[in-house]
Design a protein. Structure first.
Length: 617
């Protein structure tokens, strides 16, 4: 019995040793191949994750910038409304309604549900005067939950729907959050938002209810007495007249910020406060809160912060599984499957070669053939790994840079047609650069400080006219440049205005046989102000309302070049100065652009300064 067991154990040892002797190389190849397969798999997986992470970071950056642009547009609308009230010296409800209608809320400010004005009443005399106005129906009757030292009735609100009408006469100062926001705005002189509020809107559902409450917030912008000093808190408190306010609906104000291509795969949440853990939820794109979920298994997430009308907001971005799944997300599994298949082939081939090592010439021949197959398989694996690495590291290249290299080094090989196509590519790139420059200029003139000085606009016009003639000496233009009053304005921004208006006049008279461009000043009447007039192509007066909007062009690019930003820049500069700009014209009959500034003196007394060669006034 024991002898049989010893014999069996000995046989097993011999079989095992023989197996190991013939299969050692095959097992070594198996381990090495598995190691290379694992490395290739992890490399491909990490590369895909890095690619997804870069795409995630780009999506976060684009979304943050979109939020900044949108909130800036909302604040610009409120600040422009304040300027409208100050410049007009006050406004009634009809003028306000007309002004707000021109803003086109539905298209440009969808999240802004209503905009209005509340009067600041801080004395019994002011309150009595208001109540007398209310009795004569000049203003809405005051509605308050309790009298205090200050009341702030809503004097008017637009657009004039049922929800806005419901606000009229309401005392915002009696609401704690509204009162706190108004007090902060009053003391700082800056726009101030409220925490999350349930705002009243018209009910879009056909369920019989007229109104519904939706999550939202309000922003208050202080309106001070015109020309009153507001440098200190005490001066601002003394000069306060009221507030322009905006009522915002959160879902409309924050939807669509994530790029459309990435939106289904991104969880976007907004919280009111510097931390998501303690902040109040303002918006959640998919109604599933993940920012506070410590067990969340999202691959990528990021929390950033921003400031909106004096309030700190926390932004949470998380990548959902659909965002991680891309066209190349199956590459790691493909690399793993291929590696295992190659490993299996290598192991099988090596095992067969090892087992037939002691055979005769035929066995040797088979072994050599298997070795050749092994080398081919190794080269294919090496080539595949190099190709994958090269594809994953392929750099981005500049369109304009490559176009320039092609134009310089391969112009002969491209031929005329190829060079023409290349020229179109570079021209489009150049036009994009011009558009970006114009947009940067538009942003600069909005944010740059306004430094008023005493300036003769006529002198600037003469300089621009000389520059235009030097640029195109073959053109002959009849200039009529009249002396104008001394203006108190920012000379740099005024030059931008005149550059755009005179440049347009020069451009749109380019097809006239006897082009004429005029500049002058009308001292009084309805047309009081400066003007630039030409006898060029003109425009359809039906579309005059679109002239001063960004990207609005009334002529095709084939007729006249341009980006559609110039007149928007003009309008923004003029309004920053507290003036107004408008246009008149007709197709084929030229155009006239009039604008107002703050003249501080009469016209120059030296008529000899009139541009040499210009026509008489």
């Amino acid at each position: 019995m024991r002898e049989g067991l010893r014999r069996t154990a000995g046989d097993l040892r011999r079989i095992l040793l023989s197996h190991l002797r013939f299969g050692a190389v095959a097992y070594a190849v198996l381990l090495i191949s598995l190691a290379f397969t694992a490395l290739a798999y992890f490399y491909a997986r990490d590369s895909i994750r890095a690619e997804v992470e870069v795409r995630f970071q780009e999506t976060v950056l684009v979304s943050e910038r979109a939020l900044e642009r949108r909130t800036s547009a909302y604040l610009d609308a409120l600040l422009a409304s304040r300027a409208f009230l100050i410049v007009s010296g006050g406004s009634d409800s009809e003028e306000w309604e007309e002004y707000v209608d021109r803003l086109d809320f539905e298209e440009r400010y969808r999240g802004l549900q209503a905009m209005g004005y509340v009067r600041w009443i801080s004395s019994d005399a002011e309150l009595a005067a208001y109540e007398r106005e209310a009795e004569s129906e000049a203003v809405p009757r005051l509605r308050t939950s309790g009298r205090s030292e200050v009341v702030t009735p809503v004097e008017f609100a637009s657009p004039l729907d049922l929800a806005s009408v419901n606000l009229l006469g309401e005392d915002f100062h009696s609401e704690e959050n509204y009162r706190s926001a108004m007090r902060t705005a009053l003391d700082t002189g800056q726009p101030q938002g409220t925490p999350r509020e349930n705002v009243l809107v018209e009910n879009p559902e056909d369920d019989g209810a007229v109104f519904s409450y939706q999550p939202g917030f309000l922003i208050f912008v202080p309106v001070y007495e015109k020309d009153a000093p507001t440098g200190t808190t005490a001066e601002r408190r003394a000069a306060i007249e009221g507030f322009v306010f905006g009522v915002f609906r959160l879902d409309y104000a924050l939807e669509g910020l994530v790029p459309e291509r990435a939106e289904p795969g991104i969880d976007f949440e907004v919280y009111d406060g510097p931390r998501v853990e303690s902040g109040e939820l303002l918006y959640d794109a998919d109604a599933v809160t993940r920012a506070r979920d410590t067990q969340s298994e999202l691959l990528y997430s990021e929390i950033s912060s921003t400031s909106v009308a004096g309030r700190d907001w926390s932004l949470y971005f998380g990548s959902l599984p659909s965002f991680v799944r891309t066209e190349r997300s199956s590459l790691p599994n493909f690399v793993l499957a291929t590696g295992l298949l190659v490993t299996l082939v290598l192991f099988s081939a090596t095992w067969l070669l090892s087992a037939s090592r002691e055979k005769a010439e035929e066995a040797t021949r088979k072994l050599e053939d298997a070795n050749r197959k092994l080398e081919v398989a190794n080269r294919e694996l090496e080539s595949f790994s190099y190709s994958v690495s090269h594809d994953l590291r392929a750099p981005l290249r500049s369109i304009d840079g490559f176009s320039q290299l092609l134009a310089e080094d391969y112009s002969r090989a491209l031929g005329d047609e190829g060079s023409a196509y290349l020229g179109r590519v570079r021209s489009a790139s150049s036009r994009m650069g011009e558009l970006i420059d114009d947009l940067l200029l538009l942003s600069r003139v909005t944010r740059a400080p306004l430094n008023r000085e005493k300036v003769y606009p006529t002198n600037i016009v003469r300089e621009i006219a000389t520059e235009l003639e030097r640029r195109e000496p073959e053109r002959s233009v009849n200039w009529k440049i009249r002396d104008t009053p001394l203006a108190r304005c920012d000379p740099g921004l005024l030059r931008v205005v005149l550059d755009n208006l005179l440049g347009n006049a020069w451009k749109f008279t380019g097809k006239q046989d006897r082009p004429t461009i005029e500049f002058g000043y009308v001292p009084d009447g309805e047309d009081q102000g400066y003007y630039v007039r030409d006898n060029g192509a003109g425009f359809d007066p039906r579309y005059v309302g679109k002239l001063f909007g960004a990207f609005q062009r009334l002529h095709t690019a084939e007729e006249f070049n341009g980006t559609g930003i110039g007149l928007a820049t003009v309008a923004r500069i003029i309004r920053r100065h507290g003036g107004d700009v408008h246009a008149a014209g007709a197709l084929g009959e030229g155009a006239t652009f009039r604008f107002t500034l703050e003249p501080s003196g009469g016209p120059p007394k030296d008529p000899s300064r009139e541009k040499a060669g210009s026509a008489a006034p």
